[in-house]
Write a protein that binds this ligand. Structure first.
Ligand code: DQA
Length: 151
């Protein structure tokens, strides 16, 4: 596929709007705006488009995933706490069949056991966890390489 036609939907789940002030020892000092700005720059470098959305509401994230096939070829998602609870997000990703990469700022496997299980991991292309904001940029690069290799 001509990469100029690639558009990726970036989804941020609950409480990620508080990045920068939220448990900085775990999540770091970067704000969500910083992360989105860096993703915009990376998108320009890669010659693709990105649209970012943050929501604290599970159903809104489900709606965004369902609507993504109209406009986007890939999804980059940090489902945050819904990673560990949401069958609905998992089913939405499986339903739309849009290649999706899961990212986490923290290494979820180094933390409480309830964070070790991801409902969405079995329906995504791959997962990147533990690199802070770099998880997003690594995830976007990997997703774009994957999408290009499919066409
Ligand atoms: C997170 C990890 C989740 O366990 C947590 O609920 C979050 C953020 C991360 O990016 O490290 O809110 O997804």
């Amino acid at each position: 596929m001509d990469s100029s036609f690639l558009s990726v939907l970036v989804l941020h789940g609950p409480n990620l709007n508080l990045l920068g002030q939220r448990e900085p020892g775990i999540y770091g000092a970067s704000t969500l705006e910083d992360i989105n700005r860096d993703l915009d720059s990376l998108a320009t470098e890669l010659g693709i488009a990105v649209d970012a959305l943050q929501s604290n509401h599970e159903g809104l994230l489900v709606d965004a995933i369902q609507g993504a096939s109209q406009k986007h070829q890939g999804i980059l998602i940090n489902a945050a706490a819904y990673t560990h609870t949401s069958v609905a997000l998992r089913d939405a990703i499986a339903a739309v069949n849009i290649p999706t990469v899961e990212v986490h700022l923290s290494n979820i496997y180094k933390r409480e056991t309830f964070r070790h299980h991801s409902y969405i991991a079995p329906v995504v292309v791959g997962q990147i966890s533990g690199f802070g904001p770099d998880s997003y940029s690594l995830g976007l690069r990997a997703l774009v390489n994957y999408l290009k290799s499919q066409h």
